[in-house]
Design a protein around this ligand. Sequence first.
Ligand SMILES: *[C@@H]1O[C@H](CO)[C@@H](O)[C@H](O)[C@H]1NC(C)=O
Ligand SMILES: *[C@@H]1O[C@H](CO)[C@@H](O)[C@H](O)[C@H]1NC(C)=O
Length: 288
Amino acid sequence: MLWWPTLWAALLGHWVSHCYQLDSEDKATIVELHNRFRSHVLPTATNMRKMSWMDSLETTAAEYITKCVWDHNPNRGDTGENLFVGTGPFNLTKAVTGWYLEHQDYTYHNDSCEDNKLCGHYTQVVWADTYFVGCASHLCEEVEGLSFTMATMLVCNYSPQGNYEGEWPYEEGESCSKCPEEAPLCENNLCVAETPEASETPPVSEGTTKSPQPGPDTPTPSSSGPDTEHTTMGTDQTITTSEGEQPLSDTSSPPPDSEEEEEEPMNEGGKATLSSILLAATALLLFL
Ligand SMILES: *[C@@H]1O[C@H](CO)[C@@H](O)[C@H](O)[C@H]1NC(C)=O
Ligand SMILES: *[C@@H]1O[C@H](CO)[C@@H](O)[C@H](O)[C@H]1NC(C)=O
């Protein structure tokens, strides 16, 4: 009879974690938010491409996220990566918007970030040449590298990757005035292709139209050093981190870029939900 509780726990664990996976509506939200932010950059962009979902990037993120590690995926290939983790109720819009809100610390004219702030998530979100995104979310009982329990992680991978050292995320000027040949049309200030991008096909131009520029070891101004802020506020914590600051040097261990945002203190939603379900399951078990 001992295996019954185990089976129940396994099934429930599966069901609960399934609830934290992105559905098609979530994916549409992610793409829509990225494109909304990209179409509203200031100063305006001459060459900002419209972003689409790519299933293979989602697969990369989905395979990695179940490891529940607070660090960048060493096997993500040449994709950019933004991470988020938070306890309490997961709000996808808030997580993605948090990346964008780093624009408040970013100055376009000198391509730099305020001291002790992160801007790398923002610059990846609005990187003009990045036009594919794919993400996964997961409820982690524990997160390696953090003291969080029952935390939701969100990983987004980007292609072609952004955040090249010494490059601006986009070119300033009249919207759509320098759209690339393969995306010549203009829609909401974004450069779009004449036929929709096939989301299964990797971008053909990757690595061919331009050679990656940066010296591998020079960090961007936005993310140099271990700019770690890790103060604990209440029970709910969210942290985001971005990769791509050093796209060419992902063999070195990424800096512990982490940033904390305060959230309204709430009880640990994920945990509460899980325990009440387990309680209900136990009750059912006893009844049987
Ligand atoms: C999620 O966050 C967004 C942006 O902060 C907010 O407008 C929205 O109401 C939140 N949704 C829920 C369900 O809390
Ligand atoms: C970039 O410009 C902003 C605003 O003018 C300024 O506050 C900041 O110190 C500058 N950063 C660098 C690294 O020059």
